[in-house]
Design a binder for this molecule. Sequence first.
Ligand SMILES: [Zn+2]
Length: 235
Amino acid sequence: MQQSKIAPAEHHVVDRIGWLRAAVLGANDGILSTSSLIVGVAASAAGKPAVLVAGVAGLVAGAMSMAAGEYVSVSSQADTEAADLARERREHAESPAAELEELAGIYRDRGLPDALAHEVAVALSAKDALGAHARDELGLSLMHRARPVQAALTSAATFAIGAALPLLAAFLLPLGSLAVGVSAASLAFLVLLGAVGAKAGGAPIMQGIVRVVIWGALAMAATFLIGKLFGTTVA
Ligand SMILES: [Zn+2]
């Protein structure tokens, strides 16, 4: 893999927004699924230790499941990219003239006149033929290859950080006001996170907040009701 020393400035912004969006999503998941779990168990009239155990188990299970899911999905993306690059490398070794013509054809289709398309293809191939094909034929950037371990760790960590917030609220609140308190605190965390995410992504802030509050309230209401129903039938 070749690393360019001077990366275009806008790539850094895109990178940061992509990373931030993934982090906000992970934390969002962590807050919502753990608070729903805690509220559901608390509604079933379980004791405080059971509520906290459920919350901790939810944090660990969720973080592991995020890591595994992300690892599998990014790995298969990386496998596909590697296979595409290997095929491209082979084609280039076997028939460099056809590959050059293919590249020129791509630039012609994008609107360059015939002679110029050929000139561009020759110049780019002389510098880094595989890189030019990866970028302009396959749409891959050799600088931004899929990184499975990094993606898995980021998802797990942001989920765990999000999950720790309702868990901390459950730890601090008395059992009687736990369901209401954890719901309120979690909605507040979701609003804050929604505002940060919308601001970072340049999206309208109010819409993001309204969406996240509606879905958050629905999730917690659903587990509260189910916890209540199960709690009374099981007990
Ligand atoms: Zn090619």
